[in-house]
Write a new protein. Sequence first.
Length: 213
Amino acid sequence: MFAISEANPVKRFAGFGIAGIGGSAGCVVTGNKLFANGFFLRELTAAEQRELADYEKNVKQYKEDMQQALEEKRKDWQNRHGKSTKSSSAVAKKELPKAPEKPSFCSAADTTQYYFDGCMVQNNKVYVGREYARDLTPEEIAELKEFDAKMTEYQKFLTSSIQQQVQGLFGSSSDFWSLLGDPSPSTSPAPVPSTTLSPVEAPPAPSFCTAIY
């Protein structure tokens, strides 16, 4: 079992904005005003407004294509359900439509939030609660980028470690699927190396603010 030490109370949250998911997470535009995770950023430029219009058309088409694809898979599953052969059909193997790319003005740098002990950093701005406090200095921006890179490696290490533990519990992927009463999928993810992973420690949190207890 893995746990994140309370001695390093830091979280990273990458905001998202997928069609069909409500709320203020990720980028939101209203009246040409751009918000990221509920925080106002700026007004959209004329070029960005045109980009947004194209994105809205693509999202509408994506929703229609996704609904049709899911309906096809549902009908295909019903047709094959209960039959002695459970071989996957062409419809079952067909990939689902891909969501349209986000507009250029809604990048990970705009929406990623870093929660430190006492404050939150988004788009190189420090917030205490929901109150804007200050901008990061150039030196602090460089420090945050280094922290982000190390945190990414740490999260990869945690994911790989958990995958190894799951394999130790369930064995191969075919054993896991057999527990569910289903045949093993025709395509399975690449196996996790059985070698012991070199431990990666969580990076220390930058000192952008000080919480007094």
